[in-house]
Each structure stands twice: as structure tokens, then as C-alpha cells.
Write a protein that binds this ligand. Sequence first.
Ligand code: ASP
Length: 304
Amino acid sequence: MLRDHLISAAHLSRDDIEAVLDHAAAIDADPGIVRGRHAGRVLALCFFEPSTRTKMSFETAMKRLGGDTIDMGAVESSSVKKGESLADTVRVIEGYADALVLRHPSEGSAKLASEFVDVPLVNAGDGAGQHPSQTLLDLYTIRENAGLDDITVGIMGDLKYGRTVHSLAHALTEFDVRQHFISPESLRLPRNVRYDLHETGAEVREHTDLDEVLPELDVLYVTRIQRERFPEEREYREVAGEYRIDNEVLADASEDLTVMHPLPRVDEIAPEVDETARAKYFEQAHNGVPVRMALLDGLLGGDT
Ligand code: ASP
């Protein structure tokens, strides 16, 4: 099991991933196997950017392991407002906690922060960089619904700024998965991610049109256009509203298609899709709890 900082999905081997997913499945089947295991331990939540699912599911996970959480609170009410550096903030907080979860708007911030602390630090999103714990729950959801070998996955939307995309794309190269990336030209995968994927020899294709690949897909992973990361609002407006799906768009898809989304959605998936068996995004969000329980159990030194 993982025992160290979790900064990027690119650092996860297939064995690391499978160990967490297997442990999460065992916890899902019987949460009693880890109940109370981390009583007296404390997880610090340091969120410099908004979060609902990640923060609350880490909190639930820690509490279900018998532990407790402390929360830095909103940036406005913390000493960050007085000009404290990220390095000083995490150095102080590690004295109060057994592990840290950090979300920050700057790419590279989690890596930097991890160099100043000895307790395990989980990157819960560093700007447009990475979001590896989301990837673990995404993989769990894919494994449960489509299996993780010999499948075709389409990843659509904001591939440039979407950190969940960057993490997932890296992790999928550990499995026998064909990856199709569907986006407007201006929101293609960043060059460094494309380079890394090609280096692994992964089967990767890029498209601007979903129709080209939809019938082949086992999984369609839809993402939100990351409005907050656009340097200019005008650039956001040029692409906002493209790449929406509804039941008509999905007419040519396989009956067994698994539709995922890291959430929050804005308008990328019409609510009518929620009522179909294809919609797995709420299940995906719920999987955050057993997966983060498994992850924390490992990071805090529980046996598996
Ligand atoms: N919740 C995910 C994230 O923090 C996805 C999103 O915000 O679009 O990256």
C-alpha cells in the first residue's frame, strides 16, 4: 500500500492502484474491517480553493476510520491572509496532524509543500496540475462498471485545465486501455501530458468531434470547462457550452456505456441522462468514501 506523499498519478504503479482499489472494495463490502483502526489520529484539511466532494469525503473517510479531522477553514479567515507562505503554513499544521490533504490554486504547490513536511501529504488538486485521489475513485468506478482491461475510454471537455483528466490519463496507461481525447482545439491536453502518454507507448487519439468515437466507447468521462483557470473571460465564453451531452447525443453509444463526471457539472450533461442506467457520476462521487478510507488506511500505516 501507498505509505508516502501522493502528489501525482504519474507516480502510481499498477500494483499501487490495485492495492488501494482492492482494499476499498473490501471496505465497501464490510466497513467493519477498518472500524476504529485510526482512533486518536488526526487528518488536516487545507483547502485554498473551493471543494465539496473531496473535502467532505476525506472527512467522512477519516471519521469512519475512527479518526478526526481539523480544517484550516477558508483562506480569508486563516493566517494566509496575513501573508504566511505555504511552506510555513504546512510546517505548522503538520505539528497538529498525522496526515495532510492540500488543495491549492498553483500547479506544483503540493510537490513544494511535501518537501517541508514528514507526515503524508495528499495532493487534492494543484491548479491545473493533478488530482490523484480523484483518479483512484475514478478507476474504482471504471473497474466496477466496465473492468479495467481491454476497454475504450473517451475523455471529453476541458483537457487543458482539467486536473482530473491529467491524473486519470496517466493512470490509465498502467492498464490495457485505449484512450480517446475529445475537446475543442484550444483545450487539447497540455503538451507535457501528451508527451508523457506517448512515452509510455499508450494507445492515445485526439478528436474534436465526439461522434467519431462514441460508438466504440465503454466509458465516457465528461468534464466541466474550468472557467476559473482561463486568463480571459472572453476565451471561456468562446468554448462554453460546447461538448454537452444529452440522450439524443448518446443515441449511437453502446447500451452499456458508463458515463462519468468528476462533478460539479455546469451544463455538460443534461439532467435527463441522470435517469438512465448509463449515468454513474453520483455513484462515482459516493465511491470517494471507501476509496479515500483505503488510501488513508495505507498512508497512516494500517495493514491491508
Ligand atoms: N472537482 C474536480 C476538481 O476539483 C473537477 C472540477 O472542479 O471540475 O478538479
